[in-house]
Design a protein around this ligand. Sequence first.
Ligand code: FES
Length: 179
Amino acid sequence: MEKTNANEVDPIVQTRLETLVARHAQRLGAMLPILHEIQAEYGFIPSPAISVVAHALNVSRAEVYGVITFYADFRTEPPGRSIIQVCRGEACQAKGGCELEAYAKRSLGIDFHQTTPDHAVTLEPVFCLGNCACSPSVRVGEEVYGRVDAATFDELVAEAKANTEQKAPAADAALGARS
Ligand code: FES
């Protein structure tokens, strides 16, 4: 089998990254919109993107990496097939959000910003989902759920897993997983 150099960037990925970056490169404060767009496409910021962004904006790779790690929204690893966000906003915390957060971590066996070993779920904190009247709230993918307790959380996780069982991790698919 032909070996792949770990540092080699798939030319399709490279071209796609350059296209995404070029779309914003001339804007003032281009780095954040560029990084958001890359993450929207791949689910995280793949490491080759750091060089592409640095080159386009004429900044150092360290500067790009610093921005990525400063903002909790950016991921540097591929997320699980489902992203589950537990609201840590005040309204939710006042209505059982802290207990729900603890339950979510315990039941999944992971902390915030981590992914289950089977790559099914990534758990993330979020600060208000605009659903305060129905606290505590959870978002699974694009859907927001209110008045979530431990039992509902389990149901949401089971549903998310069932819905995505056949799906390859988004990042692997987008980046073209290689064997
Ligand atoms: S504080 Fe949780 S939805 Fe607003």
